[in-house]
Design a protein around this ligand. Sequence first.
Ligand code: GLU
Length: 476
Amino acid sequence: MAKKLNLQRENNFFDDVVKYFDNAAKYVKAPVGILDQIKYCNSVYRMKFPVKVKGGYEVIEAYRVEHSHHKLPTKGGIRYSEHVNQDEVMALAALMTYKCSIVDVPFGGAKGGVKINPRNYSEDELERITRRYTSELIKKNFIGPGIDVPAPDYGTGEREMSWIVDTYNTFNMSEINSLGCVTGKPVGQGGIRGRREATGLGVFYGVRQYLSDTARAKKLGLSTGIAGKTVVVQGLGNVGYHAAKFFYESGAIIIGIGEWNSAIVSKNGIKPDEALAYFKQHGTLDGLKGTKTLKSNLQVLEEPCDILIPAALENQINNENAARIKTKLIAEAANGPVTPEAEQILLKKGTVIIPDIYLNAGGVTVSYFEWLKNLSHVRFGRLEKRYQQNMNNNLIDAIESSTGKKLSKAQRMMIDHGADEKDLVYSGLEDTMIDSLEQMIETQSQNKKITDLRTAAFVTAINKIVVSYEKLGVFP
Ligand code: GLU
């Protein structure tokens, strides 16, 4: 098995984002000065700090980039990967700005990166690295509920976020909103129900909405809906696993799954839960019963399917493999999985790409809900859930007594239920993904020259940011 990650870039990642921006800016009416101010990164913090690991000291390289301060706090995840570099963090921070704008999350964009392979460190060592990284952020005012709010990304999760919030709290004991300094926390430490699966669920809602329209589906030679569609997923991390799970539960057939070191296919479909359990146990997907192992993990991207979901890292579909991609619809669950050069090749073939800055925005959307919960110091649904349930019961009682018919216990439970935190988070996320897609489609329909969804997404995002600069009066 050839283990590869397509990370050798044709261009700098940040330059690619600028390319997308410039292409879209042609359709935005705004002074060049405003567009330049939006495009570049406001603050880039590169740090090196020593950590005691493996019986000695190691100097760790890390970054935090705040791309745009047009709204505060800035927001974006922290990535732990040996491939982290300044260009990558800058690009990812910029994507966060556009992402937040598209889904109306009132934050600027930011991103952090620590250049380590987390698989090479013990839990204790990772805790020391995370706490030290956090204290470096505190020192330079790069973290705080009103300043810059990190979250999980590739290689990090709830555990790292709990170390971050604990470190921040230690230094900010009197800060009443300190829980809002980071999102993606465990529920017991100020997290919110539904955050873990949010990005994958957002990907599902986004694709489902795209395919709910007969004309859009027909253009791809597909029927509407998700059931029966063949799906390939690259990456079985938090985003890829949850996306695969929601597609599977809606009747899609997961015919291929790839990881960093392995990939499997099966015409009959793969159960995401089984694949994940197998991967956790064996450290590889190779050999999962009922599936065929591919020679190279990247080959999975080239499997014929209706929907291809790259949910790993950037630059996976590039000049080299774009012509061999055989899907109709690419759903960008990862950030930057398709390079601009590859996109041109794919668009010519009629492939539709639902872009990252819209499609994976479910994570930051629910992060926003978590931050609101932290600032309001109350769980969503706490005040109204029981009230709603009582009112629904009163209504059912009234209907039953006037009709003389009784509902079954199961029917009553389904109707009387008051919305709890998870219900509200799912509902807010669903509404956001539906509404934002239709905003992009509207942008496209207003200008016939905009033929692809990425340009439509960038134009939609930039237009909203321009308005907020005008409101700030920064450019009189
Ligand atoms: N890392 C995620 C992203 O790339 C989530 C960011 C957040 O929740 O702030 O969108």
